[in-house]
Design a binder for this molecule. Structure first.
Ligand SMILES: [Zn+2]
Length: 242
């Protein structure tokens, strides 16, 4: 008997879908947290990548994270950054030399002179955008897409079954959350989330991706908790008022 798969987001037949779904984008270093093909259909998969992941991954906050952590894209690229060196803005990027990533700083002659005259003080100039209200809509959809997919991932793992007719008993709240990810909102109303930077975090401490993901219960609210390297996101799924 032929199995019929249905997409968890749009509920359409996804039996012939070809792509696996990365719960956290590959370009943040995720190779392990994956949903098998058909759980999210190709159409939703492409839409999420284009409309949800791409705009967020292009924010300076995430580019900087990838720069600091040397997280390479599928094509082996790490985003560039810039620094303020003795009052001059300089480009800074990683370059492979004999297979090792070396930090390259592009300086104008004036900056080199100042560098030689005064002790260098280096500051990264790009702002931390991940808590900027301007991007709340994009980032909350991005986080929620990950939360829903991780919920499904745990569901499949706990049942030990494949994706055949994944019949999740989503309650009304979850249906609203799925709708928000799948369709978005014209009025760009978003879900509140908290973001903080972990100061005790040690960068470059290992070669593996440094991501913690899970759900917490706080005063009976279901909280989605995601730590990507040094950045901690918390999204209250119960209080999401859509
Ligand atoms: Zn779909």
């Amino acid at each position: 008997m032929r199995r019929i798969h249905k997409c968890i987001f749009c509920n359409q037949d996804s039996t012939n879908s070809q792509s696996v779904e990365h719960i956290i984008p590959e370009s943040l270093g995720n190779e392990e947290l994956i949903l098998d093909k058909g759980i999210v259909c190709d159409k939703c998969n492409n839409y999420f990548s284009r409309e949800i992941e791409s705009p967020v991954l292009n924010l300076d906050g995430f580019k900087q994270l990838r720069f600091y952590e040397l997280i390479e894209s599928k094509r082996g690229r790490i985003p560039n950054s810039d620094v303020l060196f003795c009052g001059e803005k300089c480009d800074i990027h990683w370059q492979k030399v004999n297979g090792e990533n070396c930090l390259m700083i592009g300086m104008l002659p004036e900056a080199i002179n100042k560098f030689l005259e005064a002790p260098p003080k280096m500051f990264f100039t790009k702002g931390f955008e991940l808590n900027d209200k301007k991007y709340e809509y994009e980032i909350s959809r991005f986080l929620l897409k990950i939360a829903i997919e991780y919920y499904v991932y745990l569901f499949i793992k706990s049942e030990g079954s494949a994706s055949e007719e994944l019949d999740l008993e989503f309650d009304e709240q979850l249906k609203k959350l799925i709708h928000f990810v799948r369709i978005g909102r014209k009025d760009r109303k978003s879900i509140k989330y908290e973001v903080s930077v972990l100061h005790n975090y040690k960068p470059l401490s290992n070669d593996n991706m440094s991501i913690q993901i899970g759900f917490l219960l706080e005063s009976n609210d279901l909280i989605f908790n995601l730590v990507i390297y040094n950045t901690n996101f918390k999204l209250n799924l119960s209080k999401a008022n859509l």
